[in-house]
Ligand binder design. Structure first.
Ligand code: NAP
Ligand code: GFB
Length: 336
């Protein structure tokens, strides 16, 4: 069954069906990003009388700065926080700016979590990533393995900053009883992504390149060999799951939000899906001089499945079709 916005329906119980009278005010850091915009659309489609949502941009305050972060919390006095704000980027941006990824994210996370404590926020959900897991590991990776060894060298700055959120959550709980947790999504994509040709993740980057290649009647150039494997999650599915986490998940320990291991695809397969969605007549070619990054980071979604056995993810070709359509329709204003 499909929603009005075309996304596949799933079995996360609509909050409307639950008796809930507690007033909550949710502050979403990074509310203007890929995930923030998807969450906003989902919240608007399922409004709850007891919930008020505020979606922040960096223009509302630089969350690397404690004084500015405190001003934001003072102004809004949230009961709940979805902490999405981060310095984010694909493989090639991560390889270039390791120190910036480490420092900016450490600062942002520390300011946000400390403000959550100071202002008595009752629940905070922060966003980690499956790229933070150890590089040399057994598969599938699960939530218990975050700190078992060094992450892949290509993004160690980002990875160590994100790992520390899990450490902070435990320490805030043990010392102050705070209920702060985290989610671990795989690679995300969808409308409102960053489609920059150099800095973006692979799907938005290839969509933009494909758009240009189609106009020039040239093949799509895919960086690396195309053999690395990834699990991708559509931002609309992640929004539904994140909302469930905020409302219903009560552990401090993180939870992986991912499609199953059987839905892992190669970069080559993804490029072919993008070509198909774009109606490209030219094929694809590979630039083997560019990095492949991590060959795989196969994650288990068993914990998620224990909570939500019937959740249905949008099929990846449908999600890519929708994202390509959104990009073509919003070409002039899309982030690129
Ligand atoms: P995004 O599209 O790049 O958006 C980043 C958001 O963070 C924007 O709203 C931005 O605000 C805000 N931000 C950046 N620096 C800030 C600062 N100094 N102060 C305040 N706000 C700041 O990111 P996303 O892809 O939605 O990522 C959301 C979360 O998911 C992040 O925590 C990320 O690490 C995680 N994640 C992403 C992926 C992925 O594939 N994209 C995968 C796994 C996990 P402005 O736009 O207003 O500047
Ligand atoms: O999404 P992506 O940049 O990030 O994907 P990671 C990188 C993979 O796609 C590599 C190939 O195998 C690249 O060789 N690729 C092919 C391309 N063409 C392109 C292209 O035009 N652009 C990009 N970006 N890649 C990131 C981490 O890793 O995952 C971040 O570095 C973050 O920290 C994110 O957490 C979720 O999956 O390799």
């Amino acid at each position: 069954m499909a929603d009005d916005d075309g996304a596949v329906n799933n079995t996360v119980p609509p909050a409307a069906k639950r008796a809930c009278t507690e007033k909550i005010k949710v502050l979403v850091t990074g509310g203007t990003g890929l995930v923030g915009r998807a969450l906003e659309s989902h919240v608007i489609s399922d409004p709850q009388p007891n919930e008020e949502w505020i979606f922040l941009s960096s223009k509302d305050g630089d969350l690397r700065d404690m004084a500015q972060a405190r001003r934001v919390f003072e102004l809004h006095r949230p009961t709940h926080v979805a902490h999405l704000a981060a310095m984010v980027g694909g493989l090639f941006k991560n390889m270039k700016y390791k120190l910036d990824f480490l420092r900016e994210n450490l600062l942002m996370n520390d300011c946000v979590l400390e403000c959550c404590r100071e202002f008595g926020v009752s629940r905070c959900v922060s966003c980690l990533s499956t790229c933070i897991f150890p590089d040399k590991t057994t598969y599938p990776i699960d939530e218990t393995m975050i700190h078992n060894g060094p992450p892949h060298d290509s993004n160690f700055g980002y990875a160590y900053a994100k790992r520390l959120i899990d450490i902070q959550n435990r320490a805030y709980h043990e010392q102050y009883g705070c209920m702060f947790t985290s989610v671990i999504p795989t690679n995300i994509f969808g409308p409102h992504d960053n489609f920059n040709l150099q800095d973006s993740h692979v799907i938005p980057g290839l969509i933009h390149k494909c758009y240009i290649a189609k106009q020039k009647d040239e093949p799509l150039t895919v960086l690396g060999t195309g053999s690395p494997l990834r699990q991708f999650i559509y931002s609309k599915d992640l929004a539904r799951l994140s909302l469930w986490v905020l409302r219903e998940y009560h552990e401090i320990d993180p939870i992986i939000l991912s499609v199953g291991e059987e839905d892992e695809v190669s970069i080559r397969e993804v490029a072919l899906m993008i070509n198909k969605a774009m109606g490209m007549k030219q094929g694809i070619q590979f630039d083997g001089s560019k990095s492949d990054g991590q060959l795989k980071k196969t994650a288990s979604n068993s914990k998620l499945r224990k909570y939500l056995p019937d959740f249905k993810f949008t099929p990846i070709q449908q999600a890519i079709d929708e994202t390509v359509q959104w990009f073509c329709e919003n070409y002039d204003t899309a982030r690129k």
